[in-house]
Each structure stands twice: as structure tokens, then as C-alpha cells.
Design a protein around this ligand. Sequence first.
Ligand SMILES: Cc1cc2nc3c(=O)[nH]c(=O)nc-3n(C[C@H](O)[C@H](O)[C@H](O)COP(=O)(O)OP(=O)(O)OC[C@H]3O[C@@H](n4cnc5c(N)ncnc54)[C@H](O)[C@@H]3O)c2cc1C
Length: 453
Amino acid sequence: MKIAIFGAGVAGLSAALELADRGYDVEIYEKRKILGGKVSVWKDGDGDSVESGLHIVFGGYEQLQTYLDRVGAGGNYLWKEHSLIYAEPEGKQSFFKKANLPSPWAEVVGGLQADFLTMWDKISLIKGLYPALAGNEEYFRSQDHMSYSEWHRLHGVSEHSLQKLWRAIALAMNFIEPNVISARPMLTIFKYFGTDYAATKFAFFRENPGNSMIEPMRRYIQSKGGRIFIDARLSRFDLKEDGTIKQAILSDGHAIEADAYISALPVHSVKKIVPKEWLRHDYFANLFQFTGSPVANCQLWFDKKITDTDNLMFSRGTVFATFADVSITCPDDFQVGMGTATGGSVLSLVLAPAHHLMDMPNDVITDLVMKDIHDRFPKSRKARLLKSTIVKIPQSVYKAVPEVDRFRPDQISPVDNFYLAGDYTYQRYLASMEGAALSGRHAAEKLHARNSK
Ligand SMILES: Cc1cc2nc3c(=O)[nH]c(=O)nc-3n(C[C@H](O)[C@H](O)[C@H](O)COP(=O)(O)OP(=O)(O)OC[C@H]3O[C@@H](n4cnc5c(N)ncnc54)[C@H](O)[C@@H]3O)c2cc1C
């Protein structure tokens, strides 16, 4: 069977490699010149790697790690020390280190030792978060009607811990504030991360997500006979009388016929190509319930090292929510002699919330970021900024706001020869690389099962 997949992000590539492994004839059509979608990385005119966003692999990402092993990239990422590091003013740092104990004791003892939480924060956290640790999927689903801040306050957990600890987590997970994000994904994450010791470990790609992950996936798919077309934007589907797809039409007019079609487009792009005849199905009409979270990624090249932290860092009260010095975390990129790098720090910073930044000129954003960097890293005041880049994504991952989870579609659609993959489709993770990988696998498995009957 010939399968046409649209979109070469992690979801599309995962579906392709699953299907290619099962002997399907796979074709991928990607609208951009580079693969990877939100994980894509490109070289600019100076030879610097510019990332769509700083990307971390979590210990709990079983599917993604399985794929990385399968494509020969299992050694392409490095685990860092198991702790949450908060950058504080004047170069100080505070830590939440997991104790070397089985979960949930690792988290409870780690929490009790955290220096940035007061005793009341700690007591209220243990008492208040118990329903999350003890809860099941049904309970989490039942809490989807309220924001995380509402849930937090309802359970008597301290306001200080909300602002200090959970705000950073909400911004890192979905680029939105705790009073905007639904309680459901936050509680799922507490449960999951609070009961599985290894799930919260962070790893960085040795080079960058493009070369360390997307390239090996591309090579693997092509080695299995898969064909990948770039500059190939899906424009619409022509339908047969029964409403199934007759052919897909690209924006250059090229027609593609296949036995089945998988959209691995982000949800805001899927909405543009869904034929209006399909909107009588709730399955497709519900896609219009999703909106994307705006986010931006800023990279800064300095002539000196301004930190020696080899890990992800969180920050509150700054334009950036999470960041890292990739000249330290990624030993195979951003090093002396590579593009602009002269051996100084190269920071990659995720700017969130970012709705107010979308229309702001890049130099103004850079000034705001630099002001906060000077505040957090005193050494930066004596360092020279050699270069900065900003990538804005007005609609990145879907906003996990209250009451939207129930609209996440299954990968198998009511149209016989059409499937959805993508981080927003239903799987146990929020929008993430792991969620995208799982969605690709589910789409491939469901397609295979339907066609093996
Ligand atoms: C700044 C940032 C930081 C992040 N950090 C992390 C992290 O640390 N860890 C983590 O797990 N996740 C992180 N994520 C989330 C993660 O990147 C995404 O959840 C995941 O990559 C989404 O993959 P996807 O394949 O579902 O969608 P996408 O990556 O959006 O891929 C969709 C593809 O479809 C293509 N496309 C769109 N329209 C068309 C069309 N009409 N025809 C053909 N092709 C089309 C796009 O060009 C794109 O290549 C981050 C995201 C951002 C933006």
C-alpha cells in the first residue's frame, strides 16, 4: 500500500518510520525546505545553528527514546544532573533536587530540602497535591473544567509555591500561565513525574535536535525506501462521491494518489485543508476548538562564559521561562570555531508567555532579554554580545486550556482513508516530542489494523 504523509515534524516522521518498517510504500510531503517542524534547526549565513526552540528529552519519553535507538541515534543525547535549577537575581540559583529514593519519597524529601520554598509551602504542597499523586485518569479528566491556579487555591496549596514553582512548570510545558492552563495536564504531570523517579531527568541533544534526531530519522526512512519531498505544501483534498479522498493536491497543482493519507500537520494547518463536506462530523468540526500558543526562542552568543551550569534552567519574573547555555549542554555544537562561537556562552532561551512579543521588533525583544540576563548573570555585564537571533512561532503547540482536552481527536478519522497524527491528537502526553512520536505510532498502528482486516 502507498501511504502519503503530510508534514515532516516528529509526528510525520514517526508515522513514516513505523509504516516503512511494516513494508508500506511511504511518501512524505513537507511544505518547508527543512524537516523537523517545531524541532527544526537550520544554519544561518554565519554557519550558526538556529533552533526553532530549545528542546529537552525527558526520562519519561519512552517512545521517542525507542525511535532514537531504532534510527541509530540512541547515543545522540546526554543526561544531566537530576534537578530543577532556578536562576535567581544576582547570579544566585535555587534547586529542587530529587532525593536518591524511590518515588514519591524522592520528590517529597527533595521538596522538603528545596531552599526556595518556605516550610508552609512544603507542608501545603504535600497536603494539597496528594489528590494528584493518588488520582487516576478519570479524576484528572474531571478537573479539566478549571485552571490550574483555581485547582491549586481550592486545595489550599500556598500562593508562593504557585508563583515560584508551578508557574515556571506551566510556562515550560505549554507556554501559558497557570491561571490559563487547565488543571488536567498539570495534575497528570504531577502524578506521572511524582511517581516515576526517572521521568523527570533531562537530556540535551549532543549537537542540536535537527542533526541529532531529525537527520537520523530522515536517513532511516529513506534507507527503508521512503521518499521525502520538500517545498511540497498540501493545499486540498479532492473527494470521491463517498467522501473519502480521491487525491491530494499540492499548492503547485501536483496531484498525489495514495491508498491512505495521514495529516501530520499542526492543528491550525489541518483546519485549512479539511474539506467542508467533512465538517458534519464532530470529529473534524471539533478541530476548530484548538488555538495555538505563541512562543519565541532567542539565542545569544557572548564572547565570555557567563555561567557554568550544564543543565536546563528555569526563571520567573523574566521574559524567558526556560533556557540553557548550549555551549555547555551540547558539546558537539556551539563550540569555538563553529559559526560565531568564540568559546563564550551561547544561550538558547524560550520566551513565554509570548503573545505580547509577536509584533515587537527583534531588537526590542533582545534588549528586554539582555536586561533580564544582566540581572540573573552578573558576569554578562562584562561580556560582549556577539550576536542574537529570535524565532517567533505565533501558533506553536495547542493551548491546553480548560475544556479542550475532550476535543483531542483519535488518530483514526471517520473518513476511511484518512488519519491524523500530531502532538494535539489523543495520546497520554501533552503536546511534546513524545506526544508527537506517540501520535505517529498510533496513526500507523491504526492504519495497519484497519487495512489488515
Ligand atoms: C520553542 C519550543 C520549545 C519546545 N520545547 C520542547 C521540549 O523541550 N520538549 C518537548 O518534548 N517538546 C518541546 N516542544 C514541543 C514540540 O516541539 C512539539 O510538540 C512537536 O515537535 C510537534 O511535532 P508535530 O510533528 O506534531 O508538529 P510540527 O512540528 O508542527 O510538524 C508539522 C509539520 O507540518 C508541516 N506543514 C504544515 N502545513 C503543511 C502543509 N500544508 N503541507 C505540508 N506540510 C505542512 C510543517 O512545516 C511542519 O514541518 C517545544 C516547542 C517549541 C515551539
